[in-house]
Design a protein around this ligand. Structure first.
Ligand SMILES: [Cu+2]
Length: 384
Protein backbone atom coordinates (compact mmCIF):
# COMPACT_ATOMS: atom_id res chain seq x y z
CA UNK A 1 0.00 0.00 0.00
CA UNK A 2 1.02 3.59 -0.67
CA UNK A 3 2.91 5.07 2.33
CA UNK A 4 1.19 8.44 1.77
CA UNK A 5 -2.18 6.77 2.09
CA UNK A 6 -1.23 5.09 5.38
CA UNK A 7 0.08 8.39 6.74
CA UNK A 8 -3.15 10.17 5.80
CA UNK A 9 -5.20 7.53 7.63
CA UNK A 10 -2.97 7.83 10.72
CA UNK A 11 -3.31 11.62 10.70
CA UNK A 12 -7.08 11.25 10.36
CA UNK A 13 -7.21 8.86 13.33
CA UNK A 14 -5.05 11.21 15.42
CA UNK A 15 -7.35 14.14 14.67
CA UNK A 16 -10.38 12.10 15.79
CA UNK A 17 -8.60 10.99 19.01
CA UNK A 18 -7.53 14.57 19.72
CA UNK A 19 -11.07 15.83 19.18
CA UNK A 20 -12.51 13.39 21.72
CA UNK A 21 -9.75 14.12 24.21
CA UNK A 22 -10.46 17.86 23.99
CA UNK A 23 -14.16 17.26 24.62
CA UNK A 24 -13.26 15.06 27.58
CA UNK A 25 -11.00 17.85 28.93
CA UNK A 26 -13.78 20.43 28.66
CA UNK A 27 -16.12 18.06 30.48
CA UNK A 28 -13.62 17.44 33.28
CA UNK A 29 -12.76 21.12 33.67
CA UNK A 30 -16.44 22.10 33.86
CA UNK A 31 -16.91 19.45 36.53
CA UNK A 32 -13.97 20.90 38.46
CA UNK A 33 -15.60 24.30 38.28
CA UNK A 34 -18.66 22.62 39.79
CA UNK A 35 -20.69 23.73 36.84
CA UNK A 36 -22.74 20.57 36.47
CA UNK A 37 -25.39 22.10 34.27
CA UNK A 38 -23.74 21.81 30.86
CA UNK A 39 -26.69 23.07 28.80
CA UNK A 40 -26.54 26.81 28.97
CA UNK A 41 -27.95 29.57 26.78
CA UNK A 42 -24.42 30.01 25.51
CA UNK A 43 -23.97 26.38 24.47
CA UNK A 44 -27.42 26.40 22.84
CA UNK A 45 -26.46 29.49 20.91
CA UNK A 46 -23.28 27.85 19.60
CA UNK A 47 -25.09 24.65 18.69
CA UNK A 48 -27.78 26.62 16.86
CA UNK A 49 -25.21 28.72 15.08
CA UNK A 50 -23.20 25.67 14.00
CA UNK A 51 -26.37 24.07 12.60
CA UNK A 52 -27.20 27.24 10.70
CA UNK A 53 -23.68 27.40 9.25
CA UNK A 54 -23.87 23.69 8.28
CA UNK A 55 -27.15 24.36 6.48
CA UNK A 56 -25.69 27.32 4.59
CA UNK A 57 -22.61 25.20 3.75
CA UNK A 58 -24.82 22.37 2.46
CA UNK A 59 -26.79 24.71 0.20
CA UNK A 60 -23.61 26.38 -1.05
CA UNK A 61 -22.15 22.96 -1.83
CA UNK A 62 -25.35 21.99 -3.67
CA UNK A 63 -25.16 25.00 -6.02
CA UNK A 64 -21.40 24.68 -6.42
CA UNK A 65 -21.53 20.99 -7.44
CA UNK A 66 -24.35 21.70 -9.96
CA UNK A 67 -22.15 24.36 -11.57
CA UNK A 68 -18.91 22.38 -11.33
CA UNK A 69 -20.03 18.84 -12.24
CA UNK A 70 -23.33 19.48 -14.06
CA UNK A 71 -21.70 18.91 -17.45
CA UNK A 72 -20.73 15.36 -16.40
CA UNK A 73 -24.38 14.20 -16.38
CA UNK A 74 -25.82 12.52 -19.49
CA UNK A 75 -26.17 14.69 -22.57
CA UNK A 76 -29.14 14.72 -24.96
CA UNK A 77 -30.92 11.38 -25.48
CA UNK A 78 -30.06 9.65 -28.78
CA UNK A 79 -33.23 7.55 -29.02
CA UNK A 80 -36.93 8.25 -29.55
CA UNK A 81 -38.17 7.01 -26.18
CA UNK A 82 -35.14 8.63 -24.48
CA UNK A 83 -37.08 11.92 -24.57
CA UNK A 84 -39.83 10.35 -22.38
CA UNK A 85 -37.29 8.97 -19.92
CA UNK A 86 -35.58 12.35 -19.67
CA UNK A 87 -38.91 14.13 -19.06
CA UNK A 88 -39.64 11.66 -16.26
CA UNK A 89 -36.17 12.23 -14.83
CA UNK A 90 -36.47 16.04 -15.02
CA UNK A 91 -39.92 15.99 -13.36
CA UNK A 92 -38.77 13.79 -10.48
CA UNK A 93 -35.48 15.60 -10.03
CA UNK A 94 -37.14 19.05 -10.32
CA UNK A 95 -39.61 18.16 -7.58
CA UNK A 96 -36.86 16.78 -5.33
CA UNK A 97 -34.80 19.95 -5.77
CA UNK A 98 -37.75 22.27 -5.02
CA UNK A 99 -38.58 20.30 -1.84
CA UNK A 100 -34.90 20.31 -0.86
CA UNK A 101 -34.58 24.08 -1.37
CA UNK A 102 -37.73 24.79 0.66
CA UNK A 103 -37.15 22.34 3.51
CA UNK A 104 -33.43 22.68 4.19
CA UNK A 105 -33.49 26.43 5.04
CA UNK A 106 -36.52 25.78 7.30
CA UNK A 107 -34.80 22.85 9.01
CA UNK A 108 -31.51 24.62 9.71
CA UNK A 109 -33.01 28.10 10.15
CA UNK A 110 -35.53 26.93 12.78
CA UNK A 111 -32.78 25.06 14.65
CA UNK A 112 -31.08 28.39 15.13
CA UNK A 113 -34.14 30.61 15.53
CA UNK A 114 -35.87 28.44 18.10
CA UNK A 115 -32.81 27.22 19.98
CA UNK A 116 -33.25 26.48 23.67
CA UNK A 117 -33.33 29.40 26.11
CA UNK A 118 -33.76 29.45 29.85
CA UNK A 119 -36.95 31.52 29.75
CA UNK A 120 -38.49 30.08 26.59
CA UNK A 121 -41.29 27.52 26.73
CA UNK A 122 -41.92 24.92 24.04
CA UNK A 123 -45.37 24.39 22.59
CA UNK A 124 -46.90 21.08 23.50
CA UNK A 125 -49.35 19.76 20.90
CA UNK A 126 -50.40 16.19 21.67
CA UNK A 127 -52.55 15.65 18.63
CA UNK A 128 -54.04 17.47 15.66
CA UNK A 129 -56.17 15.62 13.14
CA UNK A 130 -56.04 18.34 10.48
CA UNK A 131 -52.26 18.42 10.64
CA UNK A 132 -52.02 14.60 10.45
CA UNK A 133 -54.28 14.46 7.38
CA UNK A 134 -52.43 17.37 5.78
CA UNK A 135 -48.93 15.92 6.04
CA UNK A 136 -50.00 12.38 5.19
CA UNK A 137 -52.15 13.32 2.20
CA UNK A 138 -49.69 15.61 0.41
CA UNK A 139 -46.76 13.13 0.19
CA UNK A 140 -49.21 10.32 -0.66
CA UNK A 141 -50.69 12.22 -3.57
CA UNK A 142 -47.34 13.51 -4.87
CA UNK A 143 -45.63 10.09 -4.64
CA UNK A 144 -48.62 8.31 -6.21
CA UNK A 145 -48.60 10.72 -9.15
CA UNK A 146 -44.85 10.19 -9.62
CA UNK A 147 -45.13 6.39 -9.42
CA UNK A 148 -48.09 6.20 -11.82
CA UNK A 149 -46.32 8.55 -14.24
CA UNK A 150 -43.18 6.34 -14.03
CA UNK A 151 -45.21 3.17 -14.60
CA UNK A 152 -46.94 4.68 -17.64
CA UNK A 153 -43.61 5.72 -19.19
CA UNK A 154 -42.04 2.32 -18.43
CA UNK A 155 -45.11 0.54 -19.84
CA UNK A 156 -44.83 2.54 -23.06
CA UNK A 157 -41.09 2.03 -23.41
CA UNK A 158 -41.18 -1.74 -22.80
CA UNK A 159 -44.45 -2.57 -24.61
CA UNK A 160 -43.87 -5.89 -26.46
CA UNK A 161 -45.91 -4.62 -29.43
CA UNK A 162 -43.10 -2.12 -30.09
CA UNK A 163 -40.97 -4.98 -31.47
CA UNK A 164 -43.18 -5.29 -34.57
CA UNK A 165 -41.44 -4.11 -37.70
CA UNK A 166 -38.10 -3.61 -35.99
CA UNK A 167 -34.73 -5.14 -36.85
CA UNK A 168 -34.59 -8.39 -34.88
CA UNK A 169 -31.20 -8.87 -33.28
CA UNK A 170 -29.58 -10.42 -30.25
CA UNK A 171 -27.06 -9.23 -27.68
CA UNK A 172 -25.44 -12.21 -25.98
CA UNK A 173 -23.62 -11.77 -22.68
CA UNK A 174 -21.03 -13.94 -21.01
CA UNK A 175 -18.16 -13.42 -18.59
CA UNK A 176 -16.67 -11.11 -19.90
CA UNK A 177 -17.83 -9.83 -23.22
CA UNK A 178 -20.64 -9.35 -25.70
CA UNK A 179 -21.48 -11.17 -28.93
CA UNK A 180 -23.98 -9.77 -31.41
CA UNK A 181 -26.32 -11.73 -33.70
CA UNK A 182 -28.22 -10.19 -36.61
CA UNK A 183 -31.21 -12.06 -37.99
CA UNK A 184 -30.19 -11.91 -41.66
CA UNK A 185 -32.49 -11.62 -44.71
CA UNK A 186 -35.57 -13.23 -43.11
CA UNK A 187 -35.41 -10.78 -40.14
CA UNK A 188 -36.05 -13.75 -37.84
CA UNK A 189 -33.63 -14.95 -35.19
CA UNK A 190 -33.08 -18.70 -35.09
CA UNK A 191 -33.53 -20.61 -31.87
CA UNK A 192 -30.56 -20.58 -29.50
CA UNK A 193 -29.86 -22.95 -26.62
CA UNK A 194 -26.93 -22.88 -24.23
CA UNK A 195 -26.42 -26.70 -24.53
CA UNK A 196 -25.59 -26.29 -28.20
CA UNK A 197 -22.61 -24.13 -27.37
CA UNK A 198 -19.43 -25.11 -29.25
CA UNK A 199 -16.29 -23.18 -30.20
CA UNK A 200 -17.72 -22.91 -33.73
CA UNK A 201 -21.17 -22.04 -32.36
CA UNK A 202 -20.61 -19.60 -29.48
CA UNK A 203 -24.29 -18.60 -29.24
CA UNK A 204 -25.62 -22.16 -29.40
CA UNK A 205 -27.77 -21.40 -32.46
CA UNK A 206 -29.82 -24.49 -33.36
CA UNK A 207 -29.83 -25.15 -37.13
CA UNK A 208 -29.62 -28.32 -39.21
CA UNK A 209 -25.94 -27.68 -39.99
CA UNK A 210 -24.98 -26.97 -36.42
CA UNK A 211 -26.93 -29.94 -35.15
CA UNK A 212 -25.34 -32.34 -37.66
CA UNK A 213 -21.89 -30.96 -36.96
CA UNK A 214 -22.18 -31.31 -33.21
CA UNK A 215 -23.98 -34.62 -33.33
CA UNK A 216 -21.37 -36.08 -35.70
CA UNK A 217 -18.56 -34.85 -33.50
CA UNK A 218 -20.13 -36.55 -30.50
CA UNK A 219 -20.70 -39.78 -32.41
CA UNK A 220 -17.08 -39.93 -33.54
CA UNK A 221 -16.00 -39.35 -29.94
CA UNK A 222 -18.25 -42.20 -28.79
CA UNK A 223 -16.95 -44.53 -31.49
CA UNK A 224 -13.29 -43.84 -30.80
CA UNK A 225 -13.91 -44.38 -27.09
CA UNK A 226 -15.56 -47.71 -27.85
CA UNK A 227 -12.46 -48.80 -29.77
CA UNK A 228 -10.21 -47.71 -26.92
CA UNK A 229 -12.31 -49.74 -24.54
CA UNK A 230 -11.53 -52.96 -26.51
CA UNK A 231 -7.76 -52.66 -26.06
CA UNK A 232 -7.58 -50.99 -22.62
CA UNK A 233 -6.41 -53.37 -19.85
CA UNK A 234 -6.26 -50.99 -16.85
CA UNK A 235 -9.53 -51.48 -15.01
CA UNK A 236 -9.86 -47.93 -13.61
CA UNK A 237 -9.13 -46.36 -17.00
CA UNK A 238 -11.71 -48.69 -18.51
CA UNK A 239 -14.25 -47.39 -16.03
CA UNK A 240 -13.58 -43.75 -16.86
CA UNK A 241 -13.82 -44.42 -20.62
CA UNK A 242 -17.14 -46.22 -20.31
CA UNK A 243 -18.45 -43.42 -18.08
CA UNK A 244 -17.50 -40.91 -20.77
CA UNK A 245 -19.27 -42.98 -23.42
CA UNK A 246 -22.45 -42.99 -21.33
CA UNK A 247 -22.26 -39.24 -20.79
CA UNK A 248 -21.80 -38.54 -24.48
CA UNK A 249 -24.65 -40.88 -25.46
CA UNK A 250 -26.94 -39.04 -23.04
CA UNK A 251 -25.79 -35.70 -24.42
CA UNK A 252 -26.44 -36.82 -27.97
CA UNK A 253 -29.93 -38.01 -27.03
CA UNK A 254 -30.60 -34.63 -25.41
CA UNK A 255 -29.42 -32.89 -28.61
CA UNK A 256 -31.72 -35.01 -30.75
CA UNK A 257 -34.71 -34.58 -28.46
CA UNK A 258 -34.26 -30.80 -28.38
CA UNK A 259 -33.65 -30.58 -32.12
CA UNK A 260 -36.80 -32.57 -32.85
CA UNK A 261 -38.82 -30.42 -30.48
CA UNK A 262 -38.39 -27.24 -32.53
CA UNK A 263 -40.09 -26.60 -35.84
CA UNK A 264 -38.52 -26.75 -39.30
CA UNK A 265 -39.19 -23.02 -39.60
CA UNK A 266 -37.22 -22.24 -36.44
CA UNK A 267 -34.26 -24.35 -37.62
CA UNK A 268 -34.24 -22.53 -40.95
CA UNK A 269 -34.50 -19.11 -39.31
CA UNK A 270 -31.04 -19.54 -37.79
CA UNK A 271 -29.30 -20.44 -41.08
CA UNK A 272 -28.86 -16.87 -42.29
CA UNK A 273 -28.15 -15.37 -38.85
CA UNK A 274 -24.92 -13.38 -38.71
CA UNK A 275 -22.73 -13.58 -35.61
CA UNK A 276 -20.34 -10.66 -35.14
CA UNK A 277 -18.29 -8.93 -32.47
CA UNK A 278 -19.32 -5.37 -33.39
CA UNK A 279 -22.57 -3.52 -32.79
CA UNK A 280 -23.77 -1.45 -35.76
CA UNK A 281 -27.20 0.17 -35.84
CA UNK A 282 -28.94 2.16 -38.59
CA UNK A 283 -30.26 5.58 -37.56
CA UNK A 284 -34.05 6.19 -37.36
CA UNK A 285 -34.72 2.47 -37.60
CA UNK A 286 -36.46 0.52 -34.86
CA UNK A 287 -34.24 -2.13 -33.24
CA UNK A 288 -35.75 -5.06 -31.30
CA UNK A 289 -32.88 -6.30 -29.16
CA UNK A 290 -33.13 -9.69 -27.49
CA UNK A 291 -30.81 -10.53 -24.63
CA UNK A 292 -29.47 -13.84 -23.36
CA UNK A 293 -26.66 -14.79 -20.99
CA UNK A 294 -24.39 -17.81 -20.95
CA UNK A 295 -23.42 -17.78 -17.27
CA UNK A 296 -24.57 -15.21 -14.71
CA UNK A 297 -26.90 -12.20 -14.73
CA UNK A 298 -25.49 -9.31 -16.74
CA UNK A 299 -27.16 -6.05 -17.64
CA UNK A 300 -26.89 -4.44 -21.06
CA UNK A 301 -26.68 -0.69 -20.47
CA UNK A 302 -26.67 1.82 -23.33
CA UNK A 303 -26.80 5.16 -21.49
CA UNK A 304 -27.05 7.47 -24.54
CA UNK A 305 -30.13 5.59 -25.76
CA UNK A 306 -31.59 5.51 -22.22
CA UNK A 307 -31.80 1.74 -22.60
CA UNK A 308 -31.02 -1.00 -20.12
CA UNK A 309 -32.11 -4.62 -19.79
CA UNK A 310 -30.99 -7.54 -17.68
CA UNK A 311 -29.46 -10.56 -19.45
CA UNK A 312 -30.60 -13.61 -17.52
CA UNK A 313 -29.34 -17.19 -18.05
CA UNK A 314 -32.11 -19.46 -19.35
CA UNK A 315 -34.35 -16.53 -20.27
CA UNK A 316 -34.76 -14.24 -23.24
CA UNK A 317 -35.41 -10.56 -22.45
CA UNK A 318 -36.04 -7.70 -24.85
CA UNK A 319 -35.68 -3.96 -25.29
CA UNK A 320 -36.88 -1.98 -28.31
CA UNK A 321 -35.58 1.44 -29.27
CA UNK A 322 -34.94 3.73 -32.23
CA UNK A 323 -31.60 5.57 -32.42
CA UNK A 324 -32.11 9.15 -33.61
CA UNK A 325 -28.55 10.39 -34.06
CA UNK A 326 -25.63 8.79 -35.87
CA UNK A 327 -22.27 8.55 -34.10
CA UNK A 328 -21.04 11.30 -36.42
CA UNK A 329 -23.93 13.61 -35.52
CA UNK A 330 -23.43 13.03 -31.79
CA UNK A 331 -19.71 13.77 -32.12
CA UNK A 332 -20.59 17.09 -33.77
CA UNK A 333 -23.25 17.85 -31.15
CA UNK A 334 -20.72 17.31 -28.34
CA UNK A 335 -17.87 18.93 -30.24
CA UNK A 336 -15.84 15.86 -29.28
CA UNK A 337 -14.30 13.89 -32.18
CA UNK A 338 -13.30 11.04 -29.81
CA UNK A 339 -16.84 10.30 -28.64
CA UNK A 340 -18.39 6.84 -29.15
CA UNK A 341 -21.67 5.29 -28.01
CA UNK A 342 -21.12 2.41 -25.59
CA UNK A 343 -22.72 -0.78 -24.42
CA UNK A 344 -21.70 -1.48 -20.81
CA UNK A 345 -22.42 -4.27 -18.37
CA UNK A 346 -24.30 -2.74 -15.45
CA UNK A 347 -24.31 -5.74 -13.10
CA UNK A 348 -21.19 -6.56 -11.11
CA UNK A 349 -20.80 -9.98 -12.72
CA UNK A 350 -17.26 -11.04 -11.79
CA UNK A 351 -13.66 -9.93 -11.58
CA UNK A 352 -13.39 -8.56 -15.13
CA UNK A 353 -16.81 -6.88 -15.08
CA UNK A 354 -15.20 -3.47 -15.66
CA UNK A 355 -13.89 -4.74 -18.96
CA UNK A 356 -17.28 -5.74 -20.32
CA UNK A 357 -17.93 -2.96 -22.79
CA UNK A 358 -18.45 -2.61 -26.50
CA UNK A 359 -18.53 0.29 -28.91
CA UNK A 360 -21.88 0.98 -30.61
CA UNK A 361 -21.70 2.55 -34.06
CA UNK A 362 -24.83 4.28 -35.37
CA UNK A 363 -24.67 4.89 -39.12
CA UNK A 364 -26.99 5.81 -41.97
CA UNK A 365 -29.19 3.10 -43.50
CA UNK A 366 -26.93 2.87 -46.61
CA UNK A 367 -23.75 2.47 -44.55
CA UNK A 368 -25.48 -0.11 -42.39
CA UNK A 369 -26.62 -2.17 -45.38
CA UNK A 370 -23.09 -2.23 -46.82
CA UNK A 371 -21.58 -3.20 -43.47
CA UNK A 372 -24.11 -5.99 -42.86
CA UNK A 373 -23.56 -7.41 -46.36
CA UNK A 374 -19.81 -7.57 -45.72
CA UNK A 375 -20.39 -9.37 -42.43
CA UNK A 376 -22.83 -11.81 -44.04
CA UNK A 377 -20.13 -13.05 -46.40
CA UNK A 378 -17.96 -14.49 -43.64
CA UNK A 379 -20.01 -14.50 -40.47
CA UNK A 380 -23.23 -16.22 -41.50
CA UNK A 381 -24.13 -19.31 -39.46
CA UNK A 382 -24.52 -21.62 -42.45
CA UNK A 383 -21.04 -20.71 -43.68
CA UNK A 384 -19.33 -21.19 -40.34
CU1 LIG B 1 -21.39 -8.61 -17.02
Amino acid sequence: MDINFILKILIGLLIIVTFFQVIRLIELSSRLAENRDQVTDKSNFYNGLLLLLSGIGLLAFFFWQRAEWGHLTLQAPASEHGVLIDQLWDTTMGLIIVVFLVLQPILFGFSYLYRGRKNRKAYFISHNNKLEIFWTAIPTVVLSVLIVYGLIVWGNVTDVNNAKGGIQMEVYAKQFGWTIRYSGEDNKLGDGHVRFYAPTNPLGVVTENMFNLQSKELESKINSDKEKLLTEKNISKKKSISDRIERNIAKNQMYKAYYNSISEEERLAGEDDIVVSELYLPVNQKVAMKFRSQDVIHSAYMPHFRAQMNCVPGLSTQFVFTPTMTTKEYKEYLGNPDFDYVLLCNKICGNAHYNMKMKIVVVTQEEYDIWLKEQAETRMIKNM
